[in-house]
Design a protein around this ligand. Structure first.
Ligand code: PLP
Length: 388
């Protein structure tokens, strides 16, 4: 810390370094003179200037995720949604056409359907479980395709390998939101994607105490305009949130492995319960996208399980109330298991008919499986199923 008239004390000099990243909360950085500042801005010497542009805690976190995603240039933003907005608005210009998966996260869908068109950007939503639907939607103006690898909450799997080939052939950028799958299971840039996005809020940070996002690419030509858009519009994060997320990431690998083990056990167990009509989990034999699953997942699964209770809203209400040690909360990726009910939350704005076409009935729940002992989790579900 710089000693000045108003701050007359500085850090005590010492010859050791902290084991844990310090939180550097300063929003501005002091340099010696204008020539040094020039060198920093020109990238000739390392250094920081103003925290909206980047700061040490966001850089440490970005590097951490870059290692997992094997990406060259990554940047942290204030939320998953701000990363998605920065990528779309940083890359596209008026008149461009964007293709998106028709089962993207609700706010991403809203951005594509409501916000991009206000800036004269045309959008088409398609089922991305088969690349042929993407081919049909391409126009001369198609600039970018944005997909998720597992859809929420129906857990359908995108045909990303073939979609990536289509993008190459047609000179279209492929953007993949890897929030659900995580880089432990899939590294989209290795599969030919141009940009990878995360809501760090979820599994990467893992403790439901930060809201952050990330985008990364291997090309400066793609990175620079998205970075500039983020800085101009102030989508950058706070140092403290980055620090919390970095701390959460220390246990990400072990958390994810345990959560996906629990999820597989839960899916298999739910399949045999008389109260349950249908279970969706990528590793189950009856999953509709087996071919895409085999290509992408190898021995992995994911921590999300969806299931449909027999009965209607009153059974759903009773189940959520009975299983009161499982949080009923519209999020995912926490250390603890959370339950969400898409018909009353994420998909409430769709009409009943449209929801039911997607298989989202009043008995449909999405479970983000956590780190509990499986026996405890099973017993809580049993408690939930009592007297339905
Ligand atoms: C797949 C996916 N992408 C992006 C987001 C948005 O992330 P955030 O809530 O950090 O803005 C979410 C949020 O649930 C999500 O599930």
């Amino acid at each position: 810390m710089k000693k000045t008239l108003i701050r007359p004390t500085s850090l005590v000099p010492n010859s050791s370094t902290p084991l844990v990243s310090p939180i550097i909360q300063s929003n501005v950085y002091v340099t010696k003179d204008p020539s040094t500042l020039d060198q920093i801005y020109n990238g000739k010497i390392p250094g920081y200037t103003y925290a909206r542009e980047r700061h040490p805690n966001s850089d440490i976190l970005a590097k951490r995720i870059n290692l997992l995603e094997k990406s060259k240039y990554g940047f942290i933003t204030s939320s998953g949604m701000s990363a998605i907005a920065a990528v779309l608005f940083g890359i596209c210009k008026s008149g461009d056409h964007v293709i998106g998966g028709d089962q993207l996260y609700g706010r991403t869908l809203r951005l594509l359907k409501e916000d991009l068109p206000r800036f004269d950007l045309k959008t088409t939503l398609v089922d991305t479980t088969c690349y042929k639907n993407v081919i049909e939607a391409i126009t001369k103006k198609t600039k970018l395709i944005i997909i998720e690898l597992i859809s929420n909450p129906t857990l359908r799997i995108s045909d990303v390998v073939n979609i990536s080939k289509v993008c190459r052939k047609n000179n279209i950028l492929l953007v993949v939101d890897n929030t659900f799958t995580t880089p432990l299971t899939i590294k989209p840039l290795d599969l030919g994607a141009d940009v990878v996005i995360h809501s760090i809020t979820k599994l990467l940070a893992g403790h439901s105490d930060v809201t952050l996002g990330y985008f990364a690419t291997n090309h400066t030509k793609i990175f620079n305009p998205i970075y500039d858009y983020s800085v101009t519009t102030g989508l950058t994060p706070s140092p403290f949130e980055c620090w919390l997320a970095e701390r959460g990431m220390n246990t990400f690998i072990i958390r994810f492995q345990k959560c996906q083990d629990n999820a597989e056990k839960l899916a298999l167990w739910l399949q045999n319960r008389p109260e349950v009509k249908n279970v969706i989990y990528p590793k189950l034999k009856n999953h509709p996208d087996k071919i895409n699953f085999k290509k992408l997942f190898k021995e992995n699964g994911c921590n999300m399980v969806s299931f449909e209770l027999k009965g209607n809203r009153s059974s759903a209400d009773k189940f959520a109330k009975n299983a009161d040690l499982i949080s009923f909360a519209p999020t995912l990726g926490d250390v603890g298991t959370t339950l969400s009910h898409p018909a009353s939350s994420s998909h409430r704005s769709l009409g009943k008919a449209q929801r039911e076409k997607m298989g989202i009935t009043e008995g449909f729940f999405r479970v983000s499986v956590g780190l509990e002992r499986f026996e405890d989790l099973k017993n809580e579900f049993k408690k939930g199923f009592k007297n339905l």
